[in-house]
Unconditional design. Structure first.
Length: 362
């Protein structure tokens, strides 16, 4: 396990060094757009994806954000034990429950809908990010870009499962579904040019993940997480598109296109403000505690420039993300984050393009 982590870190470091020195590649990509030197596209790189993907759960209320308090060793061990003995893991949980809750979209009750993030987050979102990172590696002349991207994807998915597992010491069937079924399937699915063409042209998907920030006063990692945007042009209209913004948020609404390359979007929906831990026999599973949410988004060529997310009434929170290059002060093009409410209290932070973690205080 240590050798895998070491090799993955070497690849990430190698990619960062080459980011500034590699010759550019003129090939047109499906998901990675290096010509967009602003917003979420400017911030995209494998290291930022690693942080957002690994620590997504920390933005849920009720989970400690302190990086020094996480049960890393136990989480890594328990996830490994479950994926190396998947038959017994699933058997103890119950084959019927595992298939109906994790694999097949049968139940829509909160306690039976673990398949929703499996399909939309792991299979489609994770697959798109695998393809986008492979294009990033290829553009920056990293050897074996598809292998490098697959290793990056599987690495952060594993860390994500370990973080979600936390201090739980027994059976956990969720990593079996995610790491052994949906994550490998996502790589296989998005290895097809037809699939990539569909999700970049017919039903365009975008990575609108947020901006991770570290608070040195309490070792909290704030505002880390993966978010996706999918759009579809409204028939018989010139400037309107329907959209869905999803991750822990699930917001749907309308986008208005103007000035050739800008879009403003507004929608309403739900947010997973907390995750409830449940137990069946000696097995564990998580169910979401939902709240309402609304979102405002402003983008240029679908590279997100700024977003405002407001949730409530159970847990009232507001989060404003301003991405790098939206504000320019000469050569200085920082990003910003402002959070306020029951989860965030009051936070203000600054981010920089190409650096995976910014700084925050509050």
């Amino acid at each position: 396990m240590k050798s895998v982590i070491t090799l993955a870190l070497i690849i990430f470091l190698f990619g960062t060094i080459n980011f500034l020195s590699a010759q550019t590649n003129e090939k047109k990509f499906y998901f990675y757009h290096p010509e967009l030197d602003y917003g979420s596209e400017l911030s995209f790189n494998p290291l930022t994806t690693l942080v957002n993907g690994s620590f997504d759960i920390l933005r849920n209320g009720g989970h400690s954000k302190d990086l020094t308090e996480q049960e890393y060793e136990n989480g890594i061990k328990v996830v490994w034990n479950n994926i190396t003995d998947p038959i017994n893991t699933v058997k103890e949980y119950g084959w019927k429950q595992f298939v109906s809750e994790e694999i097949l979209p049968i139940g829509l009750d909160e306690d039976e809908s673990q398949f929703i993030p499996n399909y939309f987050h792991h299979l489609i979102g994770g697959g798109m990010l695998y393809a986008k990172m492979a294009e990033w590696y290829e553009y920056h002349n990293i050897p074996f870009p598809k292998i490098s991207s697959a290793m990056t994807s599987l690495f952060y998915h594993y860390v994500n499962e370990a973080m979600e597992n936390g201090g739980w010491k027994y059976n956990n069937p969720d990593p079996v579904a995610d790491l052994l079924i949906f994550d490998p399937l996502s790589i296989l699915l998005f290895s097809s040019d037809n699939v990539k063409r569909f999700f970049s042209e017919t039903l365009p998907f975008y990575d609108w993940s947020i901006q991770p920030l570290y608070n040195p006063t309490n070792h909290h990692l704030e505002n880390a997480g993966q978010q996706f945007m999918v759009t579809y042009k409204v028939p018989y209209t010139e400037n309107f598109s329907a959209f869905c913004y999803y991750g822990i948020y699930g917001i749907g609404g309308l986008s208005y296109h103007f000035k050739e390359e800008y879009n403003i979007s507004f929608g309403a929906g739900i947010v997973v403000n907390k995750l409830k831990e449940n137990q069946r026999r000696q097995s564990r599973y998580l169910t979401p505690k939902l709240d309402g949410s609304i979102g405002f988004f402003y983008d240029r060529n679908r590279s997100l420039l700024t977003s405002l997310l407001i949730s409530g009434p159970k847990m009232v929170n507001a989060r404003l993300n301003i991405y790098p290059a939206f504000v320019k002060i000469g050569w200085f093009r920082p990003g910003m984050f402002i959070g306020a409410g029951e989860i965030d209290r009051f936070l203000i932070g600054i981010t920089f393009a190409h650096i995976p973690v910014g700084l925050v205080g509050g």
